[in-house]
Ligand binder design. Structure first.
Ligand SMILES: [Zn+2]
Length: 131
């Protein structure tokens, strides 16, 4: 178990169910093919409702990041300083997650690949590793 806050699973249940199987899935429009995040009832490009939860490559590049030096959440106190990066995925969406590396090694354009941390029996959190 973890004392960390867990995601509140709602419309994004297919995302979290896939993550618990270590698959990285997001909604892909059945009309125009646009891959979107966060989940939405309609395509953010063409407004079509048809979509599937397609498996992504898990590859992307670091676009930007922050390093937390201050304890804002007690559950993360032991991790300070830790980073949270915005990763631009190959398929287009940007996803926020930690990159497992020394904070000083982060750079814009750093190639990364998704990995999953099993935090409970039901929840696995996507994060990234340098590639
Ligand atoms: Zn579309």
């Amino acid at each position: 178990m973890t004392n960390r806050p867990l995601p509140q699973i709602d419309d994004d249940a297919p995302f979290w169910n896939a993550a618990s199987d270590h698959e990285f899935r997001m909604q892909q429009c059945g009309e125009c093919g646009h891959v979107r995040w966060p989940p939405s009832p309609v395509c953010t490009e063409c407004w079509a409702e048809e979509h599937e939860w397609t498996e992504l490559s898990g590859r992307g590049e670091v676009n930007t990041w922050v390093v937390f030096h201050r304890v804002y959440f007690d559950a993360f106190a032991d991790d300070v300083p830790y980073n949270v990066a915005e990763v631009e995925l190959e398929e287009g969406p940007r996803y926020l997650a930690p990159v497992e590396c020394d904070n000083d090694d982060l750079y814009r354009g750093m190639p990364v690949s998704v990995v999953f941390e099993d935090v409970t029996d039901e929840v696995s959190l996507p994060k990234f590793e340098p590639k």
